[in-house]
Design a protein around this ligand. Structure first.
Ligand code: NOJ
Ligand code: CA
Length: 704
């Protein structure tokens, strides 16, 4: 990794001990002066902030407050003890990512506040050209070792009734469809009542983050958090009358506090991405920039990769995860001798996938259902001590398969379904990762399906945030990268721990196979690109070619085939699944795009897009100089005018264009695709028609 260039200039520091004399206006503006974050104390000595863009207020005066279980008043009767500002101009390199070099340029304001008992807090404000952020620092307090936070009340006072793309503030799962409403019409509780998800716990009219908004004038805001470490996830409570959002932390029924921390500590950043055009939200690197630098150093043992796997066949009901063992009276696992013949993770089936991967420029093979425990998965209350992460079923020869994969230049991707019993998983972490080391495996997909055990904990509370981090840190010691399903939200931790390679945390492709509401509608991904994707890489698992899903009469994929290809470019992840069954890729000319498409990028440029409507992204592959372009639309057809001015002057690219055929439609003619070869240069212009639920993908191979 290149050493980052750092230029730090501290240019102002004041020491004042009276809030009255300086209450107006301590602020910091972003390097190009577009965004300014202002601080003041009100007449009760309580802290406030507001945000302006080009001089116009976009977040009005908003309170900063906490409720503690300790008898302590840290947010009242405060005075400014000192404040200082600093400029930062840095850059850093992504070991894998949407781009190689990331510029990290911002101005920072720190305000030290003190109460009459001489107890201090420090507020950190940062102004970037693509947004603003703030966090709290709690220094040591005499006579106190820790703080127990009953609630954090960081407010965001909006100034107009924004159009908002939101999912409910569920404490357990982010796998919801996005709603598009005015801010004043958000009703997460009503939505929850109509949802058929069993696990949901949504205590307030609150939304999860990232939540994205558009003003009447087209200003875009997206609210999120960065560096969620040893703290509870933040939802945002919505006051639909005053148009105010207030942080509402995920709690636990086992403790009176929502967060407990030893002093001193800092909270996660509360961030607002700000953009005049929707597309600029996607190119913003605010969330990773708010995280700490890489702690792991070189992670060359992780290779960004495409993967296939024994997975979709379970979701479309052609195979099972479990092998057919039961537990006897003594609590021992016994082979019933009646394997029903539908077990997916067999040695034979895995060999088939390894051969398919090796023949098609695919480096990974995921195998789910290889280990014992699946008989007591969904629907069982007591799931502790059930899953075993080192013991394969009798029909799965883990050692021989790993060796065979290696001989073919392929790696098996491990799978750990914890069934939301994290204590069972933690007990086995070392032995499970050691087994991976022994077998030469470097990526594991983890899963947390179901209500958490112990009862009273939630997936997004502090206890689980710490669990997910423990898994990440332990995995790093064994050179293992994590792709978490049912995860904690992405908050840019991948910068600090680049073994956090991907995660789910949304309604993924699997919902199309079995959701009783008919699956993800065509607008889902054009919303996801501007919401969930701002948080970080997504393991969406694209690539379904058999779109009608013949084994699932009530379900189908609500996109065209061309859109499935486009997703390899539009949805970013350093591991991208080609999720369909190998036989469904046979004799399919469109599969060439999946063989060719890159997974690790020198640079990425969002060419156009509107939230919920469409988006087009171009990405340049690292090392090869090839470019790939993907575009998707919602249920509406539209024409996208493309310019290739991002290409290098004077170079010619051999391009293949995969687009919806004239009569393509996601509902009744999804696989109609046109594939065309042509040469493309910097000055080429193209108009491409996208059909309802459609898309296009273009590979541009540099001619040497
Ligand atoms: C839910 C995950 O999202 C899915 O990909 C996986 O197949 C199942 N859990 C089983 O672990
Ligand atoms: Ca899931």
């Amino acid at each position: 990794m290149k050493p980052s260039q750092i230029l730090i200039m501290i240019f102002m520091c004041c020491a004042i001990a009276c809030h009255n004399s300086i209450e107006k206006d301590i602020n910091i503006s972003s390097p190009n002066q577009s965004n300014t974050i202002h601080f003041e104390l009100n007449d009760k000595g309580q802290p406030l902030y507001w945000v302006s863009r080009y001089g116009e207020t976009i977040i009005d005066k908003s309170g900063l407050d906490f409720e503690f279980l300790e008898d302590i008043q840290l947010f009242e009767d405060l005075s400014v003890k000192s404040f200082g500002t600093a400029n930062f101009e840095k850059s850093w390199e992504m070991p894998w990512g949407e781009q190689r070099e990331v510029k990290d340029v911002y101005n920072e304001l720190k305000v030290k506040l003190v109460n009459p008992k001489n107890q201090e807090i420090i507020l950190h404000f940062r102004a970037y050209d693509d947004g603003v952020a703030l966090r709290y620092e709690f220094p040591e307090i005499e006579g106190l070792d820790s703080l127990s936070i009953a609630e954090e009340r960081t407010e965001f006072q909006l100034t107009e009734d924004y159009t908002t793309w939101w999912i409910p503030g569920d404490w357990d799962i982010y796998e919801h469809l996005y709603n598009t409403t005015k801010l004043s019409d958000i009703n997460a509780l009503q939505y929850a009542n109509h949802s058929n998800l069993a696990q949901t716990y949504i205590p307030e009219n609150a939304v999860n983050t990232p939540v994205t908004m558009r003003s009447q004038d087209g200003l875009h805001l997206s609210f999120h958090e960065a560096n969620l470490t040893d703290y509870a996830g933040m939802t945002l409570k919505v006051d639909t009358t005053s148009l105010k959002l207030t942080s509402n932390l995920v709690g636990s029924e086992r403790t009176k506090y929502k967060v407990k921390r030893e002093l001193p500590f800092k909270t996660p950043w509360r961030s607002i991405q700000i953009a005049d055009e929707a597309k600029d939200l996607i190119d913003s690197r605010l969330i990773v920039n708010l995280n700490e630098p890489n702690k792991l150093g070189d992670v060359e043992w992780f290779t960004p990769q495409k993967y296939v796997g024994i997975w979709w066949e379970m979701h479309v009901d052609k195979a099972t995860w479990d092998y057919g063992m039961t537990m006897n009276d003594k609590g021992q696992w016994e082979d019933t001798g009646q394997a029903h013949g539908r077990h997916g993770a067999t040695t034979e089936n895995t060999l088939r996938y390894i051969d398919f991967a090796a023949a098609n420029n695919i480096k990974g093979v995921l195998v789910e259902g290889w280990n014992t425990g699946w008989e007591r998965w969904i629907g069982f209350e007591d799931r502790e001590g059930v899953f075993d992460f080192v013991t394969p079923y009798p029909d799965y020869d883990i050692k021989a398969l790993s060796e065979y994969a290696k001989s073919k230049g392929v790696e098996i991707i491990m799978h750990h379904e914890t069934s939301a019993a994290p204590r069972t998983y933690e007990k086995q972490l070392d032995s499970a990762f050691q087994l991976m080391n022994d077998m030469g495996m470097h990526v594991v997909k983890t899963g947390y399906v179901g209500k958490l055990i112990p009862k009273g904990e939630y997936h997004h509370g502090q206890w689980m945030v710490n669990h997910y981090r423990k898994v990440l840190e332990t995995a790093a010691k064994y050179k293992v990268a994590i792709n978490a399903h049912e995860p904690i939200k992405a908050t840019g931790i991948r910068r600090t721990y680049p073994n956090a390679v991907s995660r789910e945390g949304l309604r993924g492709q699997e919902f199309n196979a079995w959701a009783s509401d008919g699956g993800n509608p065509p607008e889902h991904l054009p919303i996801v690109a501007f919401t969930r994707m701002l948080a970080g890489p997504i393991d969406f698992t694209p690539g379904v070619f058999d779109i009608a899903l013949p084994t699932k009469p009530n379900n189908q994929i609500n996109t065209t085939l061309a859109q499935q290809l486009a997703l390899y470019v539009v949805i970013y992840s350093p591991i991208q699944m080609a999720c369909d069954l190998p036989e469904n890729y046979e004799n399919q000319p469109a599969f060439q795009f999946i063989r060719d498409v890159g997974v690790d990028w020198e640079q990425s440029i969002t060419l156009n897009g509107e939230v919920g409507d469409y988006v087009t992204i171009a990405r340049q592959e690292r090392e090869t100089d090839n470019w790939f372009v993907g575009g998707i639309t919602d249920e509406n057809e539209r024409t996208i005018d493309l310019k290739f001015d991002f290409l290098e002057e004077g170079k010619t690219y051999k391009a293949v264009i995969y687009k919806d055929a004239k009569d393509a439609h996601y509902k009744d003619n999804p696989t109609a695709i046109d594939i065309q070869d042509m040469e493309i240069q910097k000055d080429t212009a193209l108009s491409i028609d996208l059909k309802p639920g459609g898309g296009f993908a273009i590979s541009l191979m540099a001619v040497k």
